[in-house]
Design a protein around this ligand. Structure first.
Ligand SMILES: Nc1nc2c(c(=O)[nH]1)N[C@H]1C(S)=C(S)[C@@H](COP(=O)(O)O)O[C@H]1N2
Ligand SMILES: [Mo]
Length: 258
C-alpha cells in the first residue's frame, strides 16, 4: 500500500494549501521532502497553479520535527549577552520594561510589551536551525507570527522589507549594531515568528531574549536575536553598510535559503 495514502501529514498539508491558518507538518519527518513531494504532486490532479507554486516556491514550509528530535541543548552563537547598558537594565528587570517598537512605512506605528505580544496569536514549531559555520540544532520555538504584528501597524504599499534592529553592538566597530532584514514574502510566511520561548521555557538571554526572529527557510544568521525595533522600509540601502544585515555587510548573501 502506498504509505503516503493515509499519512496524517498529508491531510494537514492539504489544509496548508487550502490556506488554513496555523499548519503543522506533523508526522512528515520520516519522509524527506524529495521522497514525498514528487509523489504528492503525482497523486493529485486538483492542485491549482497557485497551490503548486506554493509547494515549489520558497513559500513551502520548512520541515517540522517531533518532540523526540529536539537537540539536548540549543547552543548559543554570536552574541550571548549584548554589551549594551540599556539592554542590561532591561534584562535586570526581567524585561518588564521592554517594548518592541514597530515603525517606518506603516500607517499606525506602535510599540508592544511582552505581555501584549504573548496575548496575540501564537505559533509553536520544532525546526532545525542551520548555522553557516557548520552546526545544526533542533529546537522548539513559540512566538507571535510576524503577520499578526504587521496587521496591527498596517504596512503601507511602499513597504518592501522588514528590518530588525538588535540590541547588541558588534565588536571591532563601536558604532554598528546587529541587524537583519527580510522581504514581505518571508514576513508573511506562516513559520516566520517573533519567538519568546525556546523548548517550553522563556527565551534565554544567550538565545536572544526577550524576542528573536525565526525565519525557518533561511540560515541562522538571518534569525535576528535581541530584537528591539522593527522598521518597514522600501530599501535598506541607507541602513548601516547597505546590504540588509550585519553579516551581509561583511559579504554574506542577503537571501540565505536552505
Ligand atoms: N542580534 C544577534 N542576532 C544573531 C546573532 C548575533 O550575534 N546577534 N548571531 C546569528 C547567528 S550567526 C546564528 S547561527 C544565530 C544563533 O542563534 P542561537 O544563539 O540561538 O544559537 O543567531 C543569529 N542572530
Ligand atoms: Mo550562524
Amino acid at each position: 500500500m502506498n504509505p503516503l495514502r493515509f499519512h496524517p501529514g498529508r491531510r494537514l498539508f492539504f489544509r496548508a494549501l487550502a490556506g488554513a491558518g496555523a499548519v503543522v507538518l506533523a508526522g512528515c519527518d520520516k519522509l524527506s521532502r524529495t521522497e514525498w513531494f514528487p509523489k504528492f504532486l503525482g497523486n493529485t490532479e486538483v492542485l491549482t497553479r497557485k497551490a503548486q507554486r506554493t509547494v515549489m516556491s520558497r513559500n513551502s514550509m520548512a520541515q517540522e520535527f517531533p518532540e523526540s528530535a529536539r537537540s539536548p541543548e540549543f547552543r548559543s552563537n554570536g552574541t550571548a549577552m549584548p554589551n549594551n547598558a540599556q539592554y542590561k537594565a532591561l534584562a535586570a528587570g526581567g524585561f518588564d520594561a521592554y517594548r518592541l517598537e514597530v515603525g517606518g512605512l506603516v500607517e499606525k506605528p506602535a510599540s508592544f510589551s511582552l505581555e501584549e505580544l504573548r496575548a496575540m496569536s501564537s505559533r509553536t514549531q520544532i525546526t532545525r536551525h542551520d548555522c553557516v559555520e557548520g552546526w545544526s540544532a533542533i529546537g522548539k520555538w513559540k512566538g507571535v507570527p510576524l503577520t499578526a504584528v504587521l496587521e496591527r501597524v498596517l504596512p503601507t504599499t511602499a513597504a518592501r522589507y522588514v528590518v530588525f534592529h538588535c540590541a547588541d553592538p558588534m565588536e571591532n566597530d563601536g558604532t554598528s549594531q546587529y541587524y537583519e532584514s527580510i522581504d514581505m514574502e518571508d514576513a508573511h510566511h506562516p513559520q516566520t515568528i517573533l519567538a519568546y520561548e525556546l523548548n517550553d521555557k522563556t527565551l534565554p538571554i544567550p538565545n536572544g531574549a526577550p524576542i528573536r526572529l525565526r525565519v525557518e527557510r533561511q540560515l541562522g544568521y538571518k534569525h535576528a536575536k535581541y530584537v528591539m525595533r522593527i522598521e518597514l522600509v522600501d530599501s535598506f540601502e541607507k541602513i548601516a553598510g547597505g546590504r540588509g544585515g550585519y553579516w551581509e555587510d561583511q559579504g554574506y548573501e542577503w537571501y540565505a535559503g536552505i
